[in-house]
Design a protein around this ligand. Structure first.
Ligand code: SAM
Length: 250
């Protein structure tokens, strides 16, 4: 049986393709890519001549079956997406799941990932965090999702399309309040990389005033909610002990 390599590719800076990724892309029988034309440029840049086949959201289920059959027959495959790590807001879930179910070895080849890159430079707590992917595109759905996250105490992250960034920040400001700290990480690893952290009210003004900040790709890293007064309260058992002690005390 062959192996399925899940290979991370750069999120902007081509130097971020790892030597191991290159070796794997050169050695497999076939590369399954989200968009073969897009990945063709990357592969050409590195002189990779391995054949490619399309595996994207619209054909993933049917395609995965055929690809798993090829791996069962002994071929090695690499899965790549347009940028960064496959399966992270990118296709590949069905292929990986089917491969594992069929007993094919799945081997990650880690590398760039925008959310991890953003978090690593944001300066917000990173011991626990939550990734929320893309928020719903329509206002109602987006506000509802943000509402569900108002009390989230962990740092949380979202991906956002540039043309929705300002709208999204305005909804965050409205629902999380002006003081919540948010870091906007734009164009990571590229020429115009910008990482700006500020309370929401300032960040919204800054983005609104500068159209350049509304271009390119971005990750938002959002400070978690402060611990609520309730969670500082003693648990019921401790409360009872305290009651008893208090009645015993003079
Ligand atoms: N699989 C990718 C990864 O590992 O990060 C994410 C793919 S998702 C379809 C694309 C989104 O990732 C963009 O809309 C943006 O939110 C984020 N993104 C990708 N590259 C980025 C970069 N260089 N800087 C900031 N955000 C980026």
């Amino acid at each position: 049986t062959g192996t399925l390599y899940v290979v991370a590719t750069p999120i902007g800076n081509l130097q971020d393709l790892t030597p191991r990724a290159l070796e794997v892309l050169n050695s497999v029988n076939l590369i399954a890519a989200e968009d073969t034309r897009h990945s063709g440029r990357l592969l050409q840049h590195f002189g990779v001549q391995t054949p490619t086949t399309a595996c994207h959201d619209h054909n993933e289920r049917g395609k995965s079956l055929r690809l798993v059959e090829r791996m069962l027959a002994g071929e090695d495959l690499a899965l790549i997406s347009d940028a960064g790590t496959p399966l992270i807001s990118d296709p590949g879930f069905h292929l990986v799941r089917m491969a594992r179910e069929a007993g094919v070895r799945v081997c990650p080849v880690p590398g760039a990932c925008a959310l991890i890159a953003g978090l690593s430079a944001a300066g917000l707590p990173s011991d626990r965090f939550a990734f929320e992917g893309f928020l719903p595109a329509k206002t109602h759905g987006r506000r509802q999702r943000i509402q569900e996250l108002v009390a989230e105490q962990r740092t949380w992250m979202i991906y956002e399309a540039p043309h929705r960034l300002l709208e999204c920040l305005e909804d965050l400001l409205d629902l999380l309040g002006s003081e919540r700290q948010v870091v906007l990480a734009r164009e990571l690893t590229k020429t115009f990389e910008t990482i700006k952290g500020a309370p929401l009210v300032e960040l919204v003004q800054w983005v609104r005033a500068d159209a350049d900040q509304q271009r390119g790709e971005c990750v938002l890293i959002i400070e978690g909610a402060a611990q609520s007064v309730d969670s500082d309260a003693l648990d019921p058992a401790a409360e009872r002990v305290l009651d008893i002690l208090l009645t015993e005390l003079p």
